[in-house]
Design a protein around this ligand. Structure first.
Ligand code: Q9C
Ligand code: ZN
Length: 404
């Protein structure tokens, strides 16, 4: 006989589906956003016995009427048809018209599955059938604009799910959604879709490098606070440079995100969980450890009665993303205590950015109006360990030459 289920045990949804691996470059050229990403994550979770402790779900295609809540008909039609035979000869040319996009015969199905999966798990968490969930999906979504594929993203998976909960399932009582986008890139698509909407508080923390980091331009600036009824409900934390890690992210959690989350009191939290700010990511140049991600997640579990949906966005080092997702899964399963330590101090630039963001948003969020204590500001910039091509460890200050 099976042991009775522990009623205190947290029900964590885990969604993975091999069909999302069929979206790949058309001629087998290598690409950072490739099928091995989600396979590596799934294999790691399996090797650690995580699926047995979760509610495992298969992907389900999104319905056009839900995608249409955030995307235009012409965009939906393009993504629906791009993999059909009639498009065989045109696919390359069409992809080349977009910024950082490829298509193949598996792209349409994968895009519909990724969006549908996030809708599915979000509905289950909103209902209370699940406490929380992780959707291991691709292609990613947060760069996709309402009428445009962009930055490896076809449909904006998280935005579709947020709109679905607000507009299609009002009986579930989800009135306020906090989206936390910790992918290393700015979530331009999601920002634009909810810019005037106070029902969605969009928070993005990303490399900005004064507007030169992808997707580049002013969109990711802290000045972008939302508009009309949505003023104050868009928060950007733009890093000035790479090398940001656990200490920097957690300082922003403590001094920006958590005070705002406390005041906003969201009904559910959707995380645009890219892992390209992880240590050793080839695109991000930041250094969050699995322990850092687990703390960032743990600190969010105090809100929205722990209703959290994590959706994969970017993340391009297979080991880093697998270990990071594993650490997050353990947090959602409430395997405790967390073990680890943060050895370094935030950069000086981190305190500067935190103060700029707090200043920009304090009229909307009184919790941000108090001056930061002088002792937190006194800490100095610190070096960050980086590995070179030969596996040598060097230490580097942001914006400086490497030295041993
Ligand atoms: N000079 C995500 O992480 N880089 N997308 C293009 C062109 C594109 C990242 C560089 C990076 C897209 C979901
Ligand atoms: Zn990214």
């Amino acid at each position: 006989m099976e042991a009775p289920e522990d009623p205190r045990r947290r029900r964590v949804g885990l969604l993975y589906d091999e069909r999302m691996c069929r979206h790949a470059t058309p001629d087998g050229e290598s690409h950072p956003e490739n099928p091995e990403r989600i396979r590596a994550i799934w294999l790691k979770l399996e090797s650690e016995g995580i699926p047995q402790r979760c509610v495992v779900l298969r992907a389900k295609e999104a319905e056009d009427k839900y995608i249409a809540l955030v995307h235009t008909q012409s965009h939906i039609k393009l993504i629906r048809n791009i993999s059909s035979k009639e498009f065989d000869s045109q696919r390359l040319r069409i992809a080349s018209k977009f910024n950082s996009i490829y298509f193949n015969k598996g792209s349409s199905e994968a895009a519909y599955l990724a969006a549908g999966s996030v809708v599915e798990v979000s509905e289950k968490v909103a209902k209370g059938d699940l406490d929380s969930a992780i959707a291991i999906v691709r292609p990613p979504g947060h760069h996709a604009e309402s009428d445009e594929a962009m930055g490896f993203c076809l449909f904006n998976n998280v935005a579709i799910a947020a709109n679905f909960l607000l507009n299609e399932r009002p009986e579930l009582g989800i009135r306020k959604i906090l989206i936390v986008d910790w992918d290393v890139h700015h979530g331009n698509g999601t920002q634009n879709m909810f810019y005037k909407d106070p029902r969605v508080l969009f928070f993005s923390i990303h490399r900005f490098d004064f507007g030169s980091f992808y997707p580049a331009g002013d969109g990711g600036s802290y000045c972008m606070v939302g508009e009309g009824a949505g003023a104050g409900y868009n928060i950007n934390v733009p890093w000035e440079h790479g090398q940001c890690g656990d200490a920097d992210y957690l300082a922003v959690w403590d001094h920006v995100l958590l005070p705002v989350a406390e005041s906003y009191n969201p009904d559910i939290i959707l995380i645009s969980a890219g892992f390209d700010a992880a240590v050793r990511d080839p695109l991000g140049g930041c250094c969050i450890t699995p322990y850092g991600y687990s703390l960032m997640l743990k600190k969010l579990m105090g809100f929205a009665q722990g209703k959290i949906v994590m959706t994969l966005e970017g993340g391009y080092n297979l080991n880093s993303i697998a270990n990071s997702v594993l650490a997050c899964a353990k947090v959602l399963l409430e395997e405790k205590p967390l073990v680890g330590s943060i050895e370094v101090q935030p950069f000086e630039s981190t305190w500067r950015v935190i103060q700029e963001v707090r200043h920009e948003l304090k009229t909307f969020w009184p919790a941000l109006a108090v001056e930061l204590p002088q002792n937190v500001l006194a800490s100095n910039g610190r070096p960050c360990p980086v590995e070179d091509a030969h596996g040598w460890l060097w230490f580097k200050f942001a914006g400086e030459q490497m030295y041993k």
